[in-house]
Design a protein around this ligand. Structure first.
Ligand code: NAD
Length: 424
């Protein structure tokens, strides 16, 4: 299983984890040796120094990256992360997962990801705007609506996408909304995009509940992370009748067996920025949240939170991976061996976000806008189709669900590369 990683540039735990997943999937489908490395490793990357003027007049230089993993199946697509722990290896792993995800759900995109090493909560609004614009300015030679289309990820949001779209548009001389997705609706953003990732996580969780014969009203959920994905997952699960008994962010976790008042939690976070001291339940740790007895556990924050130490302690029936890469390779094996947890792998589980981003890009290119209902209904149809394909692959080859999803995504990228030739 553990092959030598030849790339030194991207060396990191998370990149090695993504490579191990790839190697396992490539072995499982007997992917020819001559196509493996060029399917696995990123096509190209850009590292940039981003000097910005601080409010006190000093200058700080931030470091940013964009990794384009695959451009063989269409323009690259992937979010931009602003976080203090960003590394180029993490960005590369996330870009790789974007490639498999887009291919799995059948979108005409390759995979990319971007990141800046910064804690955005420590910047003023003006500083954040200058950093976002500078990052886009540096990216201009490298991206475009037919080349690479960024979107929000951890630490970035609609406002940041608006600044980036404006920076790019000022360069081209006309409003070019298709350069990024996840924009405000007033600037060509799509109805339904903001809630799409969480709505998709909740929708797939509901579909797997149906498979298990559990009614949503009998189900409970614990959700880690209360940003875009976590809060929307919690709200959508609650709208199906699931009782959300725990939520968390980086400051704390809140547990209430009677059900968290989500509307109050959303309101609280809107004004206080964090969940700390929210009075809607008992405060517990993030680790305690992950091991609570519940029907659905949805990690919607960082990667590698379900560790080999934690995996035997999980007490959920469904593990819905809203975050990218929340489960380490070893934890994955433990969960597979346990056999009592339905794991919905990230590349399927959180794909609602990129599906809605695809719809946003289409609407921008056509200048023809859809309703929220159209967006979400079409998204659910694609999710159903992808789920069905994954279940078929799982049954046919007796794969785990993650292996089934990854093999489908990887096989399509590999075939595209093989048919096109050596360049892409
Ligand atoms: P976000 O910045 O909106 O929210 C992140 C949340 O995680 C915040 O509540 C933060 O406090 C919390 N968090 C950070 N560190 C934590 C820790 N150590 N313990 C507990 N909570 C912690 O980010 P997001 O857009 O919601 O992204 C969350 C995850 O979902 C990421 O893995 C991202 O790659 C993935 N994802 C996002 C989208 C999208 O459309 N935004 C799509 C697909 C996947």
């Amino acid at each position: 299983m553990s092959k030598v990683i030849v790339s030194s540039l991207y060396q990191s735990d998370v990149f090695i984890m993504a490579c191990r997943q790839f190697d396992k999937a490539a072995d499982a489908i007997n992917l020819p040796e001559d196509i493996r490395d060029r399917t696995k490793y990123p096509r190209r990357c850009m590292a940039m120094a981003l000097p910005i003027k601080r409010d006190d007049g000093t200058v700080t230089v931030y470091e940013g990256y964009r990794v384009q993993h695959n451009l063989a199946t269409g323009p690259a697509k992937g979010g931009i992360r602003f976080h203090q722990n960003v590394t180029i290896g993490e960005v590369a792993a996330l870009a790789m997962w974007m490639s498999w995800k887009c291919s799995l759900v059948g979108l005409p995109f390759g995979g990319a990801k971007g990141g800046v090493i910064v804690n955005p909560s420590q910047l003023s609004t003006g500083e954040l705007e200058r950093l976002s614009r500078r990052y886009m300015q540096e990216l201009i030679p490298f991206i475009g609506p037919q080349v690479d289309i960024p979107a929000p990820d951890m630490g970035t949001n609609e406002q940041i996408m608006a600044w980036m779209m404006d920076t790019y548009s000022n360069h081209t001389g006309h409003t070019d909304p298709a350069i990024v997705t996840g924009k405000p609706v007033s600037l060509g953003g799509s109805e339904g995009r903001r809630e799409a990732t969480g709505a998709g996580v909740a929708y797939l969780s509901k579909r797997y509940l149906e498979d298990l014969g559990i009614s949503p009203s009998q189900a409970t959920a614990a959700v880690q992370g209360f940003g875009n994905v976590g809060s929307e997952t919690a709200l959508a699960l609650a709208s199906y009748g699931v009782k959300v008994i725990a939520i968390s962010d980086y400051t704390c976790a809140i547990h209430n067996p009677a059900g968290i008042n989500l509307a109050k939690a959303v309101e609280y976070v809107k004004y206080n920025k964090v969940l700390k001291d929210f009075q809607g339940g008992e405060e517990i740790t993030n680790e305690q949240l992950l091991t609570l007895p519940c029907t659905i556990l949805a990690p919607c924050a960082l990667e590698r939170v379900i560790t080999p130490e934690l995996a035997p302690l999980l007490r959920c029936r469904i593990l819905a991976e809203g975050a990218n890469g929340p489960t380490t390779n070893k934890a994955d094996t433990i969960i597979e061996e346990r056999g009592d947890i339905e794991l919905i792998p990230d590349v399927l589980c959180n794909s609602g976000g990129v599906i809605a981003s695809y719809f946003e890009w289409l609407q921008n290119l056509q200048n023809y806008y859809w309703t929220r209902d159209e967006v979400l209904t079409k998204m659910f149809t694609i999710l159903d189709r992808a789920k069905e394909a994954v279940e078929y692959q799982k049954r046919k080859y007796k794969f785990s669900r993650r292996l089934a999803a990854l093999t489908l995504g990887i096989a399509r990228v590999a075939e595209a590369k093989q048919r096109r030739g050596l360049f892409p």
